[in-house]
Design a binder for this molecule. Structure first.
Ligand SMILES: Cc1cc2nc3c(=O)[nH]c(=O)nc-3n(C[C@H](O)[C@H](O)[C@H](O)COP(=O)(O)O)c2cc1C
Length: 179
């Protein structure tokens, strides 16, 4: 049976390298009969978590009424979660981190998510540059008890179409098929 997959995509640059990697993943995932929702978080209005703990006392309700509500609703019906982001200063973008922090509202209630994957793009060629983001993803998956479905990393990317024809697109497509 097909899975419900939610992608949180953190690049503010529309149609650029991260979107291309996400596009290949979606193609694979849909070809395998999964339902995919891609949320480009940089286009949404999402405030940072206030740490007020209101959500722990009031049925997962956040005091902030903004676009995070649509992600929370989707998370409640997702089996798999994909984080896609460029590396900005050795980490995920601030835009996707805002959304990740706000999933705090569902920590008590939990979600149906069982599997998670990571898609990364970056400028540098050295693997060192993505290590902190991959470590963060793995720690989060371990904490949330998500099985790691896969990590695809594409290095050496600067211009929007730099990923064209590169093998990482096929890796992302395969990850979509197998997630
Ligand atoms: C603010 C900013 C910070 C970045 N920091 C890094 C970095 O620390 N390491 C790296 O390898 N690339 C870095 N990059 C390059 C991007 O990760 C890379 O070009 C990526 O492919 C951009 O994704 P996009 O095409 O979806 O915008 C940075 C780019 C920007 C705009």
């Amino acid at each position: 049976m097909g899975k419900n997959i939610l992608i949180l995509s953190g690049s503010p640059r529309k149609g650029a390298t991260t979107d291309s990697l996400v596009g290949a993943f979606i193609e694979g995932a849909r070809s395998a009969g999964n339902t995919v929702t891609n949320v480009r978080v940089a286009g949404l209005k999402i405030g940072g978590c206030l740490g007020c703990n209101h959500c722990f006392e009031d049925e997962s309700q956040c005091v902030q009424k903004d676009d995070m509500a649509q992600i929370i609703d989707k998370l409640k019906e997702s089996d798999a979660l994909v984080f896609a982001s460029p590396i900005y200063f050795f980490g995920l973008t601030a835009q996707i981190k805002l959304a990740i922090d706000r999933t705090y509202a569902l920590l008590r209630e939990g979600t149906p998510v069982k599997r998670a994957a990571l898609l990364l793009t970056c400028g540098a060629d050295s693997p060192d540059v993505t290590e902190p983001a991959i470590a963060m993803f793995r720690a989060m998956a371990n904490y949330q008890q998500w099985a790691e479905a896969g990590v695809v990393v594409a290095h050496g990317l600067h211009k929007p179409d730099d990923l064209k024809g590169r093998p990482e697109l096929e890796q992302a497509r395969q990850l979509g098929v197998n997630i």
